[in-house]
Design a protein around this ligand. Structure first.
Ligand code: EPU
Length: 334
């Protein structure tokens, strides 16, 4: 454990904490949990890809680096397989491992930054698939007691970019591994418009798993900044859900508005709202709205967490005053 450690985050914000603890194996974790060495507050850091640090963190950052991906052979069948992955595995390495082994279901979630342990926390999702669709269970340790607990998929209370680990159990459990239910036969999910268009223009009618992953990677990097090139936290805002009545009113004024029907009404494309509120490509201080995808706030160089918040507030206000819709942040603000 060291003091005043610099915390890695994909936004590239300067961030420090009192203590920084790297955990590699289960015995080390159990030892630390029972030693009483951890003082409140804690923050569990995955790949640092969804976090915006606005201040020094007066507490302990716990960074998991446990590794391992294994087929739970006795629990698998001819149709599907249960695969357990350690929380510290890099998410994209896990996706490619699954593709290489003929375990299907992760393909649409290729090229997403972060770790396996972070996937259930925010129920990561892209191109028509969410982590909740493939998660079987989550194995975690309660920080206060050191007790192990298995959360079934239902118990995780998954919702759009949300779970129990972001809600009532926030910072109370360390997710140690995730078990996925994957398919042995490949049934590609290619409904998402940008994806089906990209496959069509490449002349691919029924993609192989690798072709699907490659196409999604291309579509994704066409719109989102690569962490190594420009700092960001991916989508900074969630796509807001509004009642059907409100959507129909908006549609009368803005016939081109992009929205998808969901059970509670309509999910609006926040990127479209931000773009049409005039913020796409603009900056405030050293933080900007990404030119190719307005849902993403980017570090123009040397940006601080406070500058991110100031831009987020300006964008939220512009969208609220023009569309009467309140944007919620997807990124976690520390
Ligand atoms: N759009 C605009 N202007 C913009 C951005 C988007 O008009 O500046 C329109 C697009 O034309 C499209 C629609 O909005 O019609 C949706 O855009 P896109 O396909 O890029 O997806 P998104 O809804 O903006 C979500 C996720 C992304 C995920 C993509 C693809 C959230 C908050 N974001 O973005 O997730 O990769 O779908 O599935 O749900 C992330 O969570 O960090 C993330 C990148």
């Amino acid at each position: 454990m060291s003091s005043k450690m610099e915390i890695y985050n994909t936004f590239g914000l300067h961030a420090t904490a009192d203590r920084y603890l790297v955990i590699n194996d289960e015995s080390q974790l159990r030892q630390f949990l029972s030693s009483g060495q951890l003082s409140q507050p804690y923050l569990i850091l995955g790949g640092g890809s969804n976090m915006v640090f606005t201040r020094h963190f007066s507490g302990t950052i716990i960074h998991l680096e446990n590794k391992g991906i294994r087929l739970l052979a006795p629990k698998s069948s001819a149709e599907d397989c249960l695969v357990e992955a350690a929380a510290g595995e890099v998410w994209d390495d896990f996706v490619h491992h699954c593709i290489g082994h003929g375990w299907h279901g992760t393909e649409n979630l290729v090229a997403i930054p972060g770790t396996v342990g972070a996937a259930p926390v925010q129920n990561l999702g892209a191109y028509g698939v969410e982590a909740k669709d493939i998660i079987h269970s989550v194995r975690a340790f309660e920080i206060a007691t050191g007790r192990e607990r298995i959360f079934t998929n239902d118990e995780c209370q998954f919702a759009y970019r949300d779970s129990i680990f972001k809600g009532v159990l926030k910072n109370q459990y360390i997710i140690w591994s995730v078990v996925f239910r994957l398919q042995r036969e490949f049934h590609p999910d290619i409904q998402y418009k940008a994806l089906s268009e990209a496959l069509h223009s490449a002349g691919i009618e029924s993609p192989t798993p690798q072709q699907l992953a490659d196409t999604i990677t291309q579509v994704r990097w066409g719109k989102l900044p690569r962490p190594e090139e420009m700092g960001s936290a991916g989508s900074f805002f969630k796509n807001p859900v509004v009642p059907a009545e409100q959507y129909h009113k908006l549609k009368e004024t803005y016939p081109d508005i992009v929205a998808y029907p969901v059970s509670e009404g309509y999910k609006l494309a926040a990127g479209w709202l931000i773009e049409h509120a005039g913020w796409k490509g603009r900056s405030l201080g050293r933080c900007g709205v990404y030119e190719k995808q307005a849902l993403v706030l980017v570090n123009r160089g040397g940006c601080t967490g406070q500058e991110v918040l100031a831009l987020a507030e300006a964008v939220t206000e512009a969208v609220r005053s023009q569309f009467s819709v309140t944007l919620q942040k997807e990124a976690i603000i520390i």
